[in-house]
Every structure is written in structure tokens, then in C-alpha cells.
Design a protein around this ligand. Structure first.
Ligand code: ZN
Length: 339
């Protein structure tokens, strides 16, 4: 069975303005064949409806974004300006994820990659922020729960920024396990170690706050010693990846040292989890990533893993410095998970 991709020129129609890092060319660099493979098939995106978006967002937020359609200039905050076609593009981003999830659930594709924008993981229930209008991954997880009857969805977010929106949507909900590796302290300020979820959701939020400068070795150690054991114990029925490529060593905003091979290794681990416990159901969704070449090459590396290509050898990297942080995560999460 083939790997599905969602990639469409219409994702360039959201224009936050010249000099904004989250620019249409982020999709443009993927449209020139970078993601074409013999064993990849395109899945046609559809616009998410109000009913889809309000699985996660308040009615008022949906309507507020909808009202920007046709306006030449509007900004939700200093980071989050929109253009006349941003609303329709955001609907197509969330809907592209839903179309891909439906294709995986129907068994028409094995797994997939959704190269969508605007990104989503900062979008809160009632607020656009941090370049994000609607929370594509959270809407996807809620869709899998509400419409496909799944009980456990794993979301792993390796974007360099903490996915505050996704965490908050599912903070009290054990039906979605949210795991984030991110630089901390950093934008948006959330994602401390002791944010572990609350009520029935306690233990179903796992934050790995990293200092700047961590690279392949630290991320690999985190996946091997914290994320994979928790993921296998949770036994998700679907694995979603918030795949931001701003931890890449060339990214202008992130300050991390991850290589393309490092992203491939993270993807390989999660695909392995999906193959062991979730029937192989795994979808990666583009979040951030602001160096065009790094984003293109990293997206390609992740897609190759979804297609079952051999894992590339990572470039030499210094030994991991993650041990103290990972020990602290294990101590705290040891109340909920065995390591
Ligand atoms: Zn980011």
C-alpha cells in the first residue's frame, strides 16, 4: 500500500506578509517534485467545515477567522497577520489532514504526510496565535475520536516550540496523549516539565523541555528512553506527528542542532510504534520550519521513512547531554508510566 501525501498549491494562498517567516514559499519548495515517489500517492484535500473546526474550537473563534475572508489586512496578534484568503486556506489545511486521516482509516493509503499551512499547534480553542489559525493536528485527533470511534490517539510534537494549543485542548482527556519536545524557556512560554495534564488527563501530557543547542543525540536518547516506552504502553490506535522542522540546525528561529537524519530517526521510531500497536496508522503534519532548504530536505527524509526507505546515517554529533532532563521526566512521569 502506498503512502499518502497532501500537497496543494492552494496552501500558498495564506500570505502573512513580506518578511514573515511562515511564508508561502514553504509549500512552494515542496511543489517542485521534492516529495514525488513511486510509492507515494496524492490525497486530495477538502476544506474543513464549521462542524469539523468546532470539534476543537469555539464557534466564536471559527466565526472570527471566517470574518477575515476577503479582508486585505487583519492581524490576530503581532505574529499572526492574515490575508484575504487565509480563512479558506486554514480550512483547507485542517481539511487536508482530515482527508488524509480518512484515507488511512479506509485503508486506501498506509500512512501519510500532510504538507499544509498555516500551521496549527499554537491555536487555542478560542484564539489564533503564533502563526496558527486552526489547530490542524488537534482537529485531526478529535475527528479520529468522534467520527472513527478511536479511543487512544498519540500526538508527538517535535516542533521546536511547545504546542500550547494542542496541550490545552486535550489536557483533561486521556483519549489523546500529547508528547512534546521543545526548547524551553522559549515561545510560547508553556511546556514546563510539571505540566502533565489534569483530572482524568493527568499523565497524558508529557513535556520534554530542552535548552537550546540540543541535536540528534539528545533527541534520539529522548525517543529511546522516554517517548517510545510511554507510547508503547499507551498503545495508541493512531499516531499523529506535529512535524515542525524548526529544530533543524539551519533554522533561523529554533537554535537547535537536529539534522535531516535526526528527523528520519524520530519518524522511524514513531512509525515503528504505529506498526507494532496501531496497524501502521501514522500521519505527520507539517508545523513550523523556516529555512526553506532544511524544511524541504527534512520533509523528504520523513516521507522516505513513511515509505519504508532505509534509515540514513546521521552525521557525527557530540554525545547526548539530555540525561539530567530525561531523568527528571522519568521521575515525574514514573507515577503514570513504567520505564
Ligand atoms: Zn515552531
Amino acid at each position: 500500500m502506498k503512502t499518502g501525501i497532501v500537497l496543494d498549491q492552494r496552501y500558498m494562498n495564506h500570505d502573512p506578509g513580506a518578511r514573515h517567516p511562515e511564508r508561502p514559499e514553504r509549500i512552494g519548495v515542496l511543489l517542485d517534485g521534492a516529495l514525488e515517489r513511486a510509492n507515494v500517492t496524492h490525497v486530495e484535500p477538502r476544506p474543513a467545515s464549521g462542524d469539523d473546526i468546532t470539534l476543537v474550537h469555539g464557534e466564536g473563534h471559527f466565526e472570527q477567522v471566517a470574518r477575515t475572508q476577503g479582508l486585505p489586512h487583519f492581524a490576530f496578534d503581532a505574529d499572526t497577520p492574515v490575508s484575504s484568503r487565509s480563512f479558506e486556506t486554514a480550512c483547507l489545511a485542517a481539511g487536508g489532514v482530515l482527508a488524509l486521516l480518512d484515507a488511512v482509516m479506509a485503508g486506501t493509503v498506509r500512512n501519510g504526510f500532510a504538507a499544509v499551512r498555516p500551521p496549527g499547534h499554537h491555536a487555542e480553542r478560542d484564539r489564533a496565535m503564533g502563526f496558527c489559525l486552526f489547530n490542524n493536528v488537534a482537529i485531526g485527533a478529535a475527528h479520529l475520536r468522534a467520527r472513527h470511534g478511536l479511543e487512544r490517539v498519540l500526538i508527538v510534537d517535535w516542533d521546536v516550540h511547545h504546542g500550547n494549543g494542542t496541550q490545552h485542548v486535550f489536557a483533561r482527556d486521556p483519549g489523546a496523549l500529547y508528547v512534546s519536545l521543545h526548547r524551553y524557556p522559549f515561545y510560547p512560554g508553556t511546556g514546563a516539565l510539571d505540566e502533565i495534564g489534569s483530572g482524568d488527563g493527568a499523565g497524558f501530557t508529557v513535556n520534554l523541555p530542552f535548552p537550546g543547542g540540543f541535536g540528534d543525540a539528545e533527541y534520539a536518547e529522548a525517543f529511546a528512553t522516554v517517548i517510545e516506552p510511554i507510547a508503547l504502553a499507551y498503545a495508541p490506535e493512531f499516531v499523529l506527528i506535529s512535524a515542525g522542522f524548526d529544530p533543524h540546525r539551519r533554522d533561523p528561529l529554533g537554535g537547535m542542532e537536529v539534522s535531516e537524519a535526526g528527523f528520519a530517526a524520530m519518524a522511524r521510531t514513531l512509525i515503528g510504534v504505529a506498526e507494532r500497536v496501531a496497524g501502521g496508522r501514522c500521519v505527520a503534519v507539517l508545523e513550523g520550519g523556516y529555512d526553506l532548504r532544511a524544511t524541504r530536505d527534512s520533509a523528504r527524509a520523513v516521507l522516505d521513512q513513511l515509505c519504508g526507505e532505509p534509515q540514513p546515517t546521521p552525521p557525527p554529533s557530540p554525545p547526548s547531554h539530555a540525561r539530567p532532563i530525561l531523568d527528571a521526566v522519568r521521575r515525574l512521569q514514573g507515577a503514570f508510566w513504567k520505564f
